[in-house]
Write a protein that binds this ligand. Sequence first.
Ligand code: ZN
Length: 65
Amino acid sequence: MARKYKPVELPLRQVPAALATEEATCPNCNDRHAGVVGRMGLRLVFRCGRCLVRFHRIAPTSGLA
Ligand SMILES: [Zn+2]
């Protein structure tokens, strides 16, 4: 699936390739395949492909430090 999006909100930094395939569960609709769209500090920013909610999660590794 295409993963295109327009970065029209807060400027997100790119995530390392090792983290770019992380998936998280959407807190809104519980879709388990929300994908990474960037990061803010040590938090990964995910966006749900179903309801488009954005949410943060602490990065699972220290690779961003
Ligand atoms: Zn969702």
